[in-house]
Design a protein around this ligand. Structure first.
Ligand code: PBG
Length: 322
């Protein structure tokens, strides 16, 4: 049947009909809010390149967690800025480290699900995601450090460990370390398909994690490659990931879609700092309507197949969905 018997506009005649037929809906229970914790600071500070986002001091996280729960947010992803950085990134696995303490505060003060980002770039003096030996990143030596970080984060109470360093074998090494230390219940959300993206720019200001020299193209994926991305996802699934993640989100809707068809694991998409800041900036210039653009962006990511959306807009979206 075709026109005039078929008329698509019948499906769009009123708000009630459009809502009834909506194939994708936003739920706060499927959103994860990234939180930056600054171990050096005593006050909450706005991130210049991410208007409306803040770095939080230790001691303030019970209150933040309560506010987020009040809004309907159920889960956070933690990033830390340590007091000091060194060549081995030792601040990342100290039981007294910024993320470990932050996890404790949030677990005590709320029933939020707590995910901890696991990487070295915020903790090493050179800002690389791995340990440098002889001028190069030593993949296999880095795995030992990642294992220590994972155990310390699990011990602090993290429900989910989220390794983002893109070292080969990281998921397997972390699973083994967790299981070997009595943390077999701790989940791994693998940054499996993470491309070397310009859209992380504002995050690197917030986390003070920009590489001192060079870039991350030696370990993060080439954004030109979809088949290679499927191999990364496959390997992380085989190594024991509980949740697979694709990042950044909007430039990778095709990857999310392919991953959804190919894997039965829960699939997360990370709408990164640059995606957030672009929308903020465009709305400030009067180019777009902020609220409808953020809703459209989030909806498109779920529509493409993501189960979980990690987004800086989670609190805003929570308010609007209500
Ligand atoms: C750490 C990490 C990064 C992001 C999440 N984990 C930065 C990077 O890889 O350079 C980016 C998140 C964002 O931009 O919102 N490796």
């Amino acid at each position: 049947m075709s026109f005039p018997a078929t008329r698509m506009r019948r499906l769009r005649r009123s708000a009630g009909i459009r809502d009834m037929l909506a194939e994708t809906r936003l739920h706060t229970s499927r959103m994860v809010y990234p939180v930056f914790v600054d171990g050096r600071s005593r006050r909450k500070r706005e991130i210049m390149l991410m208007p409306g986002q803040f770095t939080y001091p230790l001691g303030s996280l019970r209150k933040l967690a309560a506010e987020l729960e009040e809004k309907g947010i159920r889960s956070v992803l933690l990033f830390g800025v340590p007091r000091t950085k060194d060549a081995s990134g030792s601040g990342a696995f100290s039981s007294d480290g910024v993320v470990q303490r932050a996890i404790g505060e949030i677990r005590e003060g709320s029933s939020l699900t707590v995910a901890a980002d696991l990487c070295l770039c915020e903790y090493t003096s050179n800002g690389q995601c791995g340990i440098i030996r002889g001028g190069d990143i030593d993949n296999d030596a880095t795995l030992g450090t990642y294992a220590k970080i994972a155990v310390s984060q699990a011990e602090a109470g993290a429900h989910i460990i989220a390794p983002s360093g893109m070292m080969d074998g990281q998921v397997g090494a972390i699973r083994k370390a967790l299981d070997g230390s009595g943390h077999s219940e701790t989940m791994i959300m693998a940054y499996a398909s993470k491309s070397a993206s310009s859209f992380y720019g504002p995050f690197r200001e917030a986390a003070e994690s920009a590489p001192a020299g060079g870039d991350r193209k030696g370990y993060q994926l080439n954004f030109a490659n979809a088949r290679e991305s499927m191999r990364e996802l496959q390997l992380d699934a085989e190594e024991g990931a509980d949740i697979l993640m694709v990042k950044p989100a909007m430039p990778n809707l095709d990857i999310i879609c392919r991953a959804r068809e190919r894997f039965d694991l829960p699939l997360a998409a990370y709408s990164v700092s640059g995606e957030y800041s672009m929308l903020k900036a465009a709305s400030k210039l009067g180019m777009i309507d902020y609220r409808s653009a953020v809703i459209e962006a989030a909806t498109s990511i779920f529509r493409s197949g993501a189960d979980i959306l990690i987004t800086y807009s989670a609190p805003e979206l929570a308010g609007w969905i209500e």
